[in-house]
Structure formats: structure tokens, C-alpha cells
Design a protein around this ligand. Structure first.
Ligand code: NAI
Length: 246
């Protein structure tokens, strides 16, 4: 499929920025949707300066009206949608005794409800064009935890369940829905990481955003149409490592 329209939520920075870059380099028209207009515009400029096809659209994924408005703008500017990467997400680390209801709702609305709403809006467009691919960025925290991460863990576990539910509901429209669960993906200063940070991983290194971007390309590729409802764990082997005190 040439000239696909690829929407990346939270595409202004971090993993989303790398995903946007990967699709743009593959020849796709990338739409970066983010609540951060300044950084989003910078990322758009960074891609355009490389002669790649990119557009920034403001979208707050926690706000249903913002989602539908951004989708309407995509209709106006591009007239179709082929790939959706549900990447936007936030964390809150707080004791379950302290976490306020509003904080719980904000994390769940940003990380999980958004995946449902963006996928539904995207699917309405994809099904009129013969299908498409949706990739949801979950987390290994859907499977295991550190203390004080209830809202985040619940949102990411919800994404995995939503992924297989949508994969079934949208299959007759030829829309595939898959998830990626990243482990530690360093989006800051990779050089500042310590030896122990790398060596604790069976893969002997901390992850990079490009590790996730390559998996997105794989899951969105039309020839991989036998893959749906799946979860790819990209964590350098950390969730396969048994840990007991020495
Ligand atoms: P980041 O914080 O570097 O970037 C997140 C982007 O999402 C930012 O551009 C931010 O403006 C945007 N965003 C946040 N809330 C938004 C909203 N309401 N509407 C629109 N955009 C919004 O995060 P990072 O590390 O790149 O993470 C990306 C995704 O990967 C998240 O879903 C995160 O939970 C997941 N993840 C990250 C891991 C990591 O180690 N970095 C590990 C596992 C999962």
C-alpha cells in the first residue's frame, strides 16, 4: 500500500516520535497527534526538513471531543486513514491509599478510554477503504508491577483486553488490532545509563524507541495480515527473568 496515512497519538516526543519517523522514512504520510503543540510542531518540522511527509494535529486523547475534531481534520486534509498507533500515555506513581478518584480517572481516560475512542473513530474511516491496522502501545506493567502503579497498570492491562476484543469485532472490516508491550525504553539520555541498567537485562541493554518503532512497522505491514489480536513483548527479556535473592 503506497502513501498510507498513519496517525500516531503522542507522536510529538519519546517513543511516538520514533514511530512517526519510522513510518515517514518508509514513505508514509504521518500525522502526529499530540496535546503538546510546541513540541508537536517541532517534530513536524524535523520530519519535513528530512523531506518526509508529516503533519501535526492537536489532539488531547483524554477528551472525546478533541478526538472527533482531530479525526474530522484528518478527513479534510487527507481523506483517509490506514494505520493508527495508539501511543499517547501518562504515568502516575502514588500509593493506592493516596490516589484520588480524579487522578485514577485521568490516567484511565488518557491511557485506556482513548484507545477505544481513537480506534472506533479510525475504524469508521478504515472500513470504507478496505481495512487497516491498529497498534496499541501497552506495557510490561500490564503483567507485572512495582508498588504504587495501580492506575497505570490497570490501564495497560485494559489495553491488552481491548486489543483482543477489538481484533474480533473489527475483523470482518479487515482491520487488524495488535498490541506491543514495551519494557524499559529510554527516551532521555541513553549515554547516561549505568552499566547495571543494561546488564540486568537478558538482552544486555536498555531498550530504545526504535526497538518499538520497528515492531510497529511489522504489525502495520499488509503482508503480516495473519497477525491480529496479538501482543509483542519487547523488553530485553526482563519479564522472563526469575528473580530471587542471591
Ligand atoms: P513520553 O512522555 O516521552 O511521550 C508521551 C507523549 O504523549 C508526549 O508527546 C505527550 O505530550 C503525549 N501525550 C500525553 N498525554 C496526552 C494526551 N492526553 N493527548 C495527547 N497526547 C498526549 O512517553 P513515552 O515514554 O514515549 O511513552 C509512550 C507510550 O509508551 C506510553 O503509552 C507509555 O505508557 C508506553 N510505554 C513506555 C515505556 C518506556 O519505558 N518509555 C515502557 C512501556 C510503555
Amino acid at each position: 500500500m503506497d502513501n498510507r496515512i498513519v496517525l500516531v497519538t503522542g507522536g510529538a516526543k519519546g517513543i511516538g516520535r520514533s514511530i512517526a519517523h519510522a513510518f515517514a522514512k518508509a514513505g508514509d504520510q504521518v500525522v502526529i497527534a499530540d496535546r503538546d503543540e510546541a513540541v508537536g510542531a517541532e517534530t513536524e518540522r524535523w520530519l519535513l526538513d528530512q523531506q518526509l511527509q508529516a503533519a501535526f494535529i492537536r489532539m488531547d486523547v483524554s477528551d472525546p471531543e478533541s478526538i472527533t475534531a482531530a479525526m474530522a481534520e484528518i478527513d479534510r486534509r487527507f481523506g483517509r486513514l490506514d494505520v493508527l498507533i495508539n501511543n499517547a500515555g501518562i504515568t502516575v506513581w502514588k500509593s493506592p491509599y493516596e490516589l484520588r478518584v480524579e487522578e485514577w480517572d485521568h490516567v484511565l481516560n488518557t491511557n485506556l478510554r482513548s484507545v477505544f475512542l481513537c480506534s472506533r473513530e479510525a475504524a469508521k474511516r478504515m472500513r470504507t477503504n478496505g481495512g487497516g491496522a491498529i497498534v496499541n502501545i501497552a506495557s510490561t506493567r500490564a503483567h507485572m508491577s512495582e508498588p504504587h502503579t495501580e492506575a497505570y497498570a490497570a490501564s495497560k492491562g485494559g489495553i491488552l483486553a481491548l486489543t483482543h476484543a477489538l481484533a474480533l469485532s473489527l475483523s470482518s472490516d479487515r482491520i487488524r488490532v495488535n498490541a506491543i508491550s514495551p519494557g524499559w525504553i529510554e527516551t532521555g539520555d541513553y549515554e547516561a545509563l549505568r552499566a547495571i541498567d543494561h546488564e540486568q537485562h537478558p538482552a544486555q541493554r536498555v531498550g530504545k524507541p526504535a526497538d518499538i518503532a520497528r515492531a510497529c512497522l511489522f504489525l502495520a505491514a499488509p503482508e503480516n495480515d495473519f497477525v491480529t489480536g496479538a501482543e509483542i513483548v519487547i523488553d530485553g527479556g526482563m519479564t522472563r527473568k526469575m528473580i530471587y535473592a542471591p
